[in-house]
Design a protein around this ligand. Sequence first.
Ligand code: 9MR
Length: 557
Amino acid sequence: MRRKLLAAAICATLSALGLVALSTTATADPLRSHAGSRFIGYALNLTAQGSDASYRTVGAREFNIVTAENAMKFDATEPNQNQFTFGQADQVVAAAQANNQQIHGHTLVWHSQTPGWIQGLGATQMRAAMQNHINTVVGRYANSVRSWDVVNEAFNEDGSFRQSFWFNTLGQSYIADAFRFARAADPDAELCINDFNTDGMGAKSNGLFNLVQSLVQQGVPINCVGFQGHLAIQFSFPNQVQQNFQRFANLGLNVKITELDVRMQNPRDATKDNTQATYYRNMVNACLAVTRCNQITIWGFTDRYSWVPETFPSECCALLYDQNYSPKPAYTAVHDALGGNEPVPPDPTPPTTPGTPAASNVTSNSANLTWAASTDTGGSGLAGYNIYRRQGTTDTLLSQSTTNSTTLTGLTPSTQYVVVVRARDGAGNLSPTSATATFTTLAGPVTGTCQVAYTATNWGGGGGFTGGVTITNTGTAAINGWTLAFSFPAGQRVSQGWSATWNQPQGSANVTATPLSWNTTIPPSSSVQIGFNGSFTGSSNPEPTAFTINNTACTVV
Ligand code: 9MR
């Protein structure tokens, strides 16, 4: 252990002098190998990811969970109402999955980086737009994002609620609503409230604590509290961080350090580096001392890419690596605190190949899969399974499971799926790929671009009735020429009709109606009303349940 420390110190000194090449430092023993059951993560900067190979290498090597620094925020995912743009968020998900990293989602409901269109809405519309946003974003990533910052930065420094447009329009209930909407969209994700300057005991963390306690008491689906941890060495280290984390954990919630960085005033020097390392070490140790603290995420990892200089022009150097990817004392501090100086023994052995998956309970949008379990003898233990869809030579991750079965959701109707499974161990090794299972989802409910409303008014004395059908074009193109078709369920007959040419063959329950010259065209959002007199037998005149226009089913209202 002593030798290891000395080696690390020499390495850090040499690298500070720029004498150690990137690839020779800390490769065999990255942070993620020390994380145990916790997650050690970073905020991923997509520009760097796209342009800088060293950035990609270090990010993939060191961390086992990723937060999108900006790509999952409201302005990135729904810049205009109900126009969702997932290109950047998808890139983050793909990068993380390629490196066997989990994903922490950031963030759904925040006052910043949220487009203007939602800020001006009235309460009813704003709440509906919030629900739609959460439902769409969380739903899309339900199989890939394991935890979400549902509500971000809801507090003022004195512990009162921030007077954001959310709060001013919706009142404090927006917070509970956001969590309920997120839970409805993903039954499994860990749902967090996240804030800054709440790391230690104080007025702001007290306000947060009171809210979280009352949410838990009301049964609001909240699972975790994120402490951002944006620290600066010119300010004293926050008070009683461990005790603060623990009081939230005692409510039955997980806690996370979500955005850790420790900035300093320019210029950087060795003394400041050491103070910074101490701040990092103290934060990591506070998390490790709390059993329910399950994630430590750094807000970046190299000083080459950091929000700090833009926001605080006289400050810098808040991260674990310098601009040239040399690890700083802060890296060593985090590394050694995490691992207690003892790296997890290397495990080069992947788990055995899972059995061939079997599909059951296939619906139009879901299917159950079960397979024979893998075993892992490499020491790090079986961690779970990845389930992929195979298309040609490409396997795309569909879902992850900790057991040897899963329910796939969000599938496309009437679609063939070829799926395979790989097992994962605690060191991130993936097993060989299982044999394939093939299944086809059932047809989904067909919804055309028409809507039908049917009415039947029975005449006094029995036996006769007047039927009315309103056909609405709910599509965006005009319907030019139409045939309405339906079937009577109980022997009813059309005797004479109007506003259409009605036809019901002798002895058949099937009715059709075709237009007259003046109602052949139904423009978008317009309706035609047609009707008939008919007869029924006995005392009941049940309505037809299904209607088609030009052989396509209509919505029935
Ligand atoms: O690091 C993010 C930076 O690139 C953005 O310009 C900035 C915009 O507000 O947001 C930064 O990330 C913030 C995070 O989303 C929430 N907590 C504070 C972070 C630093 O400002």
